[in-house]
Design a binder for this molecule. Structure first.
Ligand SMILES: C[S@@+](CC[C@H](N)C(=O)[O-])C[C@H]1O[C@@H](n2cnc3c(N)ncnc32)[C@H](O)[C@@H]1O
Length: 213
């Protein structure tokens, strides 16, 4: 699938990609070889910047996959801050667990295995930052739970809102019609949420950034 920028722009930006530690590079390689969708390097770098700016004490991630973004987030969290991350695929969770152990950040990361739609209603304490990166058909319901769990002044960061450019394209390939419809419907909700200041940024696959009023 194409990206949301022209290939020349992607190539130009990529020259500024920082060398990551070997585990991060290994996970990027694993994701590429096994077709695991992970946050683009550019979105991950932006998310790290947001975390450094707001210094969240409690982070919730919905959609761990192999823990690529989880570990990148945990690495920039300050001492005593934590990330809770939810993954429903048992297979992904096994690899995520291994990577978390390798990262040496076990104390900062709490991996919860199961469907976020069942786990989120059981969570009691609120979060300073929520990163939503799960199945697109669940986005609306996961977003509703996120709004309950997000503190006032907290930040929500949502991936894939331009959906490979398809959100803004008339001719959508047949196999992407349903997912594109979900993203378009979600974007309307996200941009018109009364208790959220929201924007969609053309970074990676399109990042939604919202601040709860
Ligand atoms: C795009 S990947 C996450 C990538 C990861 N955030 C990263 O950037 O490294 C989405 C993951 O969310 C998981 N997922 C999708 N819907 C979910 C749900 N309702 N509850 C928990 N996990 C879910 C999928 O199994 C998949 O591993």
């Amino acid at each position: 699938m194409p990206g949301i920028l022209y290939p020349t722009q992607i190539k130009y930006l990529k020259q500024f990609k920082k060398d990551e530690d070997p585990l991060i590079t290994e996970m990027e390689q694993y994701a590429k070889e096994h077709n695991v969708p992970i946050l683009s390097w550019h979105s991950a770098a932006f998310l790290e910047q947001v975390i450094s700016m707001i210094n969240p004490k409690r982070v919730l991630e919905i959609g761990t996959a192999i823990a690529y973004s989880t570990i990148r987030i945990a690495k920039v969290l300050k001492k005593k801050s934590v990330i809770h991350t939810i993954e429903m695929s048992e297979d992904n969770a096994i690899i995520a667990k291994e990577n978390i152990e390798k990262s040496g950040l076990v104390d900062k990361i709490d991996l919860k295995i199961g469907n976020a739609l069942s786990i989120m209603p059981q969570l009691q304490k609120k979060y300073d930052l929520i990163f939503l990166d799960a199945d697109k058909e669940d986005y609306k319901r996961l977003f509703d739970y996120s709004m309950i769990l997000l503190k006032r002044g907290g930040v929500i960061f949502v991936d894939n809102l331009l959906w490979h450019g398809l959100a803004a394209t008339k001719k959508v390939p047949k196999e992407y019609k349903i997912s594109t419809k979900f993203i378009r419907e979600f974007n309307k909700v996200f941009m018109n949420q009364p208790n959220l200041t929201s924007t969609i940024l053309p970074i990676g696959d399109g990042i939604g950034l919202g601040i709860k009023k």
